[in-house]
Design a protein around this ligand. Structure first.
Ligand SMILES: C[S@@+](CC[C@H](N)C(=O)[O-])C[C@H]1O[C@@H](n2cnc3c(N)ncnc32)[C@H](O)[C@@H]1O
Length: 222
């Protein structure tokens, strides 16, 4: 992926995302960035579990929005999360500064800033309940132990822009690193993606998408 121009852009719920004009692709739904992340990854992902300790794996750290919303949920519910996020193309610091400057609440701003400044590769105990680790690598080249995660937030760019992120090979790798009864959630609802997830062993559910999108995918390892 070459270094495309990236712009911070407001979405319909008032929250912000990053837009890549050359690809005509947003990091989040233009119908609402926070709304989408909260629905797809927190409500349909994290909140499907009643466990008090969960290992979460995110594909694509990007703006840090999913990690930020997960932290807030963890503090609200008093559960323990080990959060690992992989990112191949970290945003440059100027763009990060512009993006996070839109978080007006000082605590939110500081939290996101701390997440972005966290050293790649080493884990940080953010709070008693939240352990955080960023990995700077391509998903295709990364290696994680089998059955080490309970939830995968699959937040890659869409198949139109990055078809190589939506292959049976990578889905099979995701299946392997999930524990039994683990869950992969994604905003994508393409028929081919559902068929390929089934092919590698997932039990696939189509559920209601976030505002502005009809459907999304929940895929269980059972
Ligand atoms: C749709 S954006 C979502 C990012 C993030 N979850 C957020 O809320 O901002 C997709 C992210 O995947 C990253 N990405 C692209 N190719 C990747 C790869 N091969 N391995 C890991 N991350 C990748 C992109 O750089 C981008 O940050």
């Amino acid at each position: 992926m070459k270094d495309f121009e990236k712009l911070v852009r407001q979405t319909s719920d008032g929250s912000y995302t990053i837009f890549i004009p050359e690809l005509d692709e947003n990091y989040h739904s233009f119908h609402g960035a926070i709304q989408e992340s909260q629905h797809v990854f927190i409500n349909q992902g994290l909140n499907q579990f009643e466990n008090l300790l969960l290992d979460v794996f995110e594909v694509g750290f990007g703006t840090g929005l999913n990690a930020f919303l997960t932290y807030r949920e963890v503090e609200r519910k008093c559960i323990n999360i080990n959060y690992t996020s992989i990112e191949a193309y970290p945003l440059d610091s100027k763009l990060v500064d512009t993006y996070i400057s839109n978080f007006e609440n000082q605590d939110d701003f500081e939290l996101l800033k701390k997440m972005h400044l966290a050293e790649w590769g080493s884990g940080i105990q953010f709070s008693e309940n939240f352990k955080f680790r960023k990995v700077n690598s391509k998903l295709e080249l990364s290696e994680f132990s089998k059955e080490s995660f309970d939830i995968i937030y699959y937040d890659a760019f869409g198949p139109r822009v990055q078809p190589e992120m939506w292959t049976c090979g990578l889905f099979s790798k995701m299946f392997e690193i999930l524990r039994e009864n683990g869950l992969l959630v994604t905003y994508c609802a393409k028929g081919q993606v559902k068929r390929d997830l089934r092919k590698v062993g997932f039990e696939v559910e189509t559920c209601q998408g976030p505002p502005g999108k009809r459907e999304m995918i929940r895929a269980w390892k059972r």
